[in-house]
Ligand binder design. Structure first.
Ligand code: IPE
Ligand code: IPE
Ligand code: MG
Length: 236
């Protein structure tokens, strides 16, 4: 499951409070959703916390977003749970203490097996693909890869997080129907769910509802839908 946690700003504006407050409330919603993911036994949860495009916002808002991430990963209570933290994104421009905290907690939780929780901070999908292209090009120059034989499977091994599985359900809150440069490689066949509520109003029950709606989808991966069985001898 991958989530674009959108709507913090509008949630705050509706209440006449600062966008920064909206991001803090968004952090609380995230904490509850992580609990819900643990309770239901989800194996992978990937959330979009800060995109490479979000640098266009005022510096105070950027600071509120990075503070939200830092508080979430450093929260003593969260650290007690069986959660393996991963970080997807670039360190460029991020506060050094946040980069340190992300790297430190990735290391600290690397042997955990409960929930793999990937936080996308300073993440851009195309940037990730460009990074993979650079890595595989270097391997080709070094003679480790034959450019004539590069398969999808082989390219995927050069992504920054090669073990991040394909997304089954990509859920975006906040009413927009777009993916905003989130996980383009991993979500080519994802089921998409767009809900109108703002992220700070979400809790674990919404996660469970999203999973229930996913369970009712029929995935075909290009195959024909199963049709009615024809009696023997009758042509379709
Ligand atoms: C999502 O909420 C948080 C982000 C990191 C971008 P927004 O801050 O985008 O909220 P809206 O879309 O302006 O309401
Ligand atoms: C996507 O939300 C990024 C995150 C939730 C981190 P945005 O609010 O930045 O996306 P756009 O600008 O509406 O596409
Ligand atoms: Mg938004």
């Amino acid at each position: 499951m991958a989530i674009v946690m959108d709507g913090n700003g509008r949630w705050a504006t509706d209440r006449g409070i600062s966008r920064a407050e909206g991001h803090r409330a968004g952090g609380r919603a995230l904490a509850d959703v992580v609990q819900g993911a643990l309770e239901i036994g989800l194996s992978h949860l990937t959330v979009y916390a800060f995109s490479t495009e979000n640098w266009k916002r005022a510096s105070a808002e950027v600071a509120a977003l990075t503070d939200m991430v830092r508080e979430h990963i450093e929260d003593e209570e969260h650290l007690r749970y069986d959660v393996r933290l991963r970080w997807a994104g670039s360190p460029d421009g991020l506060p050094l203490d946040l980069v340190d905290a992300l790297v430190h907690h990735e290391h600290l939780t690397r042997h955990r097996t409960g929930l793999t929780f990937t936080v996308c901070v300073n993440y851009g999908g195309r940037a990730e693909l460009a990074q993979a292209a650079g890595a595989i090009a270097r391997a080709a120059v070094a003679g480790q890869v034959d450019p004539a034989r590069i398969s999808e499977h082989q390219l995927a091994r050069y992504l920054p997080l090669p073990d991040l599985p394909d997304v089954d359900l990509l859920w975006r809150t906040g009413g927009e129907r777009r993916t905003s440069n989130f996980l383009p490689w991993q979500s080519t066949y994802a089921e998409l769910l767009f809900t109108d509520g703002y992220w700070p109003d979400v809790d674990r029950r919404d996660l469970w509802r999203a999973m229930t709606s996913y369970a009712q989808r029929q995935r075909r991966y290009g195959a024909a839908p199963p049709g009615p069985q024809l009696p023997p001898g009758q042509r379709p």
